[in-house]
Design a protein around this ligand. Structure first.
Ligand code: HEM
Length: 391
């Protein structure tokens, strides 16, 4: 890579605060970038990202989508379920799960999502100042998954405690010890739910998976972990991004509060995408932009960079609710395309609708209190102090 001096180290706090200038340099100067120490290769152009995600024979998912598989230690395969599989196992599991995770089941969640959103928003408006990330956007998605799974309200606080630990990493991207313990507790808990639904089926996702008969208990349990990992923090970051970037752009905020809810969701997904990167393993030596990348190389596919590619999104660094976002890759592409996309969009639409009804558009974000995180595949805000007035 003679002559290239751009350095891109994921999770480096100085890059994580605003990775987009580095992404722009990667796209321009090093479309196939090799990290000298961490030994991964990064793809950042929209065309390359979309080609890699749709070629699952060459770009295998068998190590899981995280850049550092060590983050999950020996538990990687067990708890990442089919997101860490290739065909034919991936095809088999995904088709069984899709039979239970139906559009009807997702659509039926809308009244419940609205109820949950209203409750947290009401609390926020009563307090006036609250943390949008901690008190609203981090809570709602996990409540929704719990509801989908059939976790009774009385158990949710404990499930939340364990799930929060599950996605806590140290600065090197390794899962904290507490996270490994919480995996065990959650595993036991979900085993008890699975056993219960076998004897007493209900109208929930676990009952549907149990009655299908196509998956073992271990496979169902792994899928539940995947739902928490894939569906909770990502949706949290989407909600926070929508709230923050609308605040930063008053003209766009006016459009959002004027009813442009779907464009608000879609542009937030593109502009500050929650799932920033996905890892793959190259199954054969491949020439990329004149460099021969060896078999088994770890490829880091930068969705966050692709969604800001000027050749697809003119003025890509401008947050603009009127733009065409149809080519954004926020939910991935190809065989592993996000199974929860419709649910995530529903949660975001309903929550933002309720916010525009209950809160005045003149809300404030306290920029100095914002805290961002990046680990595994996701990047987003974990602290977002906000002051609101009732609408
Ligand atoms: C897969 C993004 C919400 C469940 C994925 C992938 C992406 C993604 C990029 C592809 C992974 C890969 O190719 O390796 C997002 C974003 C979300 C979101 C940005 C929110 C804004 C959800 C929700 C659920 C969910 C709410 C379910 C409750 C899944 C599952 C997979 C997946 C099960 C694995 C699909 C497979 O491997 O075939 N998601 N996701 N996601 N997502 Fe989501």
């Amino acid at each position: 890579m003679g002559g290239v001096d751009v350095v891109y180290t994921p999770y480096d706090p100085s890059i994580n605060d605003d990775p987009y200038p580095v992404y722009a340099r990667l796209r321009q100067e090093a479309p196939i970038y090799h990290h000298p120490d961490l030994d991964f290769w990064a793809l950042s152009r929209h065309a390359d990202v979309s080609a890699a995600l749709t070629d699952s024979a060459r770009y295998s998912s068998d190590h899981g989508p995280m850049l550092d598989r060590g983050a999950w230690g020996p538990h990687a395969r067990t708890f990442l379920s089919f997101v860490a599989m290739d065909p034919p196992e991936h095809t088999r599991m995904r088709s069984i799960v899709s039979r239970a995770f139906t559009p009807r089941r997702v659509a039926a969640l809308e009244p419940m999502i609205r109820e949950i959103a209203r409750g947290y928003i009401r609390e926020g408006v009563e307090r006036g100042t609250f943390d949008f990330a901690r008190d609203l956007s981090a809570k709602l998605p996990l409540d929704v998954i719990s509801e989908l799974m059939g976790v009774p309200p009385s158990d949710r606080a404990e499930v939340r405690r364990n799930s929060d630990l599950l996605v806590r990493y140290d600065p090197q991207g390794q899962m904290a010890d507490a996270g490994l313990k919480s995996i065990m507790s959650l595993g036991d808990y979900y085993a008890s739910i699975i056993a219960d639904r076998k004897s007493t089926p209900r109208d929930d996702l676990v009952s549907a998976l149990v009655s299908d008969g196509g998956l073992t208990d271990e496979e169902i349990s792994a899928f539940v972990f995947l739902l928490i990992g894939a569906g909770s923090e990502t949706t949290t970051h989407l909600l926070s991004a929508a709230w923050y970037w609308a605040w930063r752009n008053p003209d766009q905020r006016a459009a959002a509060f004027g009813g442009a809810i779907t464009p608000w969701v879609e542009e937030s997904l593109r502009y500050d995408t929650p799932a920033h990167g996905l890892a793959r393993r190259l199954t054969e030596p491949t020439e990329l932009h004149g460099t021969l990348v060896p078999k088994d190389a770890k490829i880091w596919i930068l969705i966050g960079a692709a969604n800001r590619d000027e050749s697809v999104f003119p003025d890509a660094d401008v947050y603009d609710l009127t733009r065409d976002t149809s080519r954004a890759i926020s939910f991935g592409a190809g065989r592993h395309y996000c199974l929860g996309g419709p649910l995530a969009r529903l949660e975001a639409r309903v929550t933002l609708e309720e916010l525009t009804k209950a809160v005045s558009p003149g809300y404030e974000v306290h920029e100095e209190g914002i805290k961002r995180t990046a680990h595994g595949n996701v990047r987003g805000m974990v602290r977002l102090p906000t002051t609101v007035r009732a609408a």
